[in-house]
Ligand binder design. Structure first.
Ligand SMILES: Cc1cc2nc3c(=O)[nH]c(=O)nc-3n(C[C@H](O)[C@H](O)[C@H](O)COP(=O)(O)OP(=O)(O)OC[C@H]3O[C@@H](n4cnc5c(N)ncnc54)[C@H](O)[C@@H]3O)c2cc1C
Length: 390
């Protein structure tokens, strides 16, 4: 198979799926490809969960099991082991969102520490991840990003957020487990960037341990990266860079319009793609100073990365470079890349069913026929069903 149709191999893509799992995935993507159904479905599910109706079992056996590894980290082990047998690593992602109390921030930090300790013993889990708003209130990040002064109480609260970052990054450094810090809304990102840079200065003294995320639907990120790179070289620390396109486009545009500031998002999909390619090329050309995690389901971006690696003589399994996809999506990219010897890791979300609902709803929404690549996913599943004569 030539390189540019590498991802068409459905036998490799779905090698871990039994016939019934394949049928379930097909049924699921068929359902969520209907946008109105997703809208009605998410409203009904939210209502049913709030009203304590017994829908957890139904959610679990459909969307949850497709997009999540389990309700806790132990529950994810069979999935982690099975994928690793085929060369695909796991990034366990505690996907509980929107709980804004100190206790839940501490709990999220403890989970991350536990995963790093767990990862230290398990080759299949070389990387950990957390979300900024998992460790502190969005309001604080926003206030800090806007350059406003904190009250005394807020100052204290912020120092606890900073302490959580330090605790996680310090353990990650001790255990040599890389840690990715996700990116969220732009109006919180300035504070996150500053804090993550502080972590990189402290812990990325040799090979990169701490990774910041660049959302490349933002037109300002290449300039940001170049400036960050200058500071890193001047002050002697290395960079961990995760690149994604960005998941909050509509929200970003609406807020910019409503508040009357220029949109931080590229004007078109093509402009985002171009920006993504430029930043990916920049990082690949400077791999001596930085490591790269490419989080994408875009086939062309992956082909381009493979071409550039080839051109720049970067070995497929170079440990400064990872490809990443989400569990339950784009297995044709993950498993075919791994089969060719590239480093691949899938984010494996986990958490109690009702707490991961916001995550599941985002997945369902981005996979509707309007927004996403469901047709591609459906076609691949169909090809594999036919190949297996189901
Ligand atoms: C492993 C992994 C980790 C991730 N971590 C994060 C994270 O930390 N933060 C985060 O925000 N997202 C994250 N994402 C999600 C990611 O940002 C994208 O939403 C998702 O992957 C779809 O983009 P794509 O590159 O896979 O594919 P594509 O389908 O090629 O791109 C879709 C994306 O292009 C952009 N886009 C679409 N239409 C337009 C338009 N008209 N104008 C401008 N841009 C447009 C949007 O960003 C959209 O999401 C992650 C994804 C993966 C796979």
């Amino acid at each position: 198979m030539s390189k540019n149709n590498l991802f068409d191999n459905t036998q490799i893509a779905f090698q871990l799926k039994s016939d019934s799992e394949l049928e379930r995935a097909y049924f699921l993507f068929k359902m969520i490809s209907h946008e109105p159904l997703v809208r009605i479905g998410t409203a009904a599910t939210n209502f049913a969960l709030k009203a304590h109706l017994p829908v957890e079992g139904l959610i679990r056996s459909t969307v949850f099991d497709h997009f999540c590894g389990g309700v806790n980290e132990e529950d994810c082990l069979p999935v982690i082991d099975k994928m690793f047998e085929k060369g695909v690593s796991s990034v366990l992602d505690f996907s509980v969102e929107g709980q804004e109390i100190e206790g839940s921030f501490d709990a999220a930090m403890e989970k991350t520490l536990k995963i790093i300790n767990f990862a230290d013993e398990k080759e299949a889990m070389p990387i950990a991840v957390f979300k900024p708003t998992g460790f502190g209130r969005l309001y604080l990040y926003q206030k800090k990003s806007e350059g406003k002064l904190f009250t005394n109480d807020e100052e204290q609260e912020w120092s606890r957020v900073v302490a959580r970052y330090h605790k996680v990054c310090k353990l990650a450094k001790e255990k040599a487990v890389e840690v990715l810090i996700d990116a969220e809304e732009t109006w919180t990102q300035e504070a996150v960037d500053t804090l993550v840079e502080e972590m990189m200065r402290t812990y990325n003294t040799g090979t990169p341990i701490v990774y910041n995320t660049l959302q490349l639907y933002r037109w300002d990120r290449l300039d940001y990266l170049k400036e960050l790179h200058k500071r890193a070289k001047r002050d002697g620390f290395s960079l961990g860079i995760k690149i994604v396109r960005g998941a909050y486009m509509e929200k970003e545009r609406e807020r910019a319009e409503e508040k009357g500031y220029p949109s931080p998002i590229c004007d078109s999909k093509e402009a985002t793609d171009d920006n993504f390619n430029k930043v990916m090329t920049y990082v690949l050309k400077h791999l001596d100073d930085m490591s790269l995690f490419i989080g994408t389901h875009n086939e062309q971006s992956c082909y381009l990365a493979m071409d550039l690696m080839n051109e720049l003589n970067i070995p497929k399994n170079d440990n400064r470079l990872w490809f990443g996809q989400l569990y339950g999506m784009s297995d044709h990219i993950s498993f075919n890349l791994a089969d060719q010897g590239y480093n691949v890791a899938k984010y494996v979300p986990f958490g109690p069913v009702k707490d991961v609902m916001p995550y599941l709803i985002r997945r369902a929404e981005e996979n509707t026929s309007v927004a996403g690549q469901t047709n591609r996913e459906l076609n691949l599943l169909k090809t594999e069903k036919e190949r297996r004569k189901l």
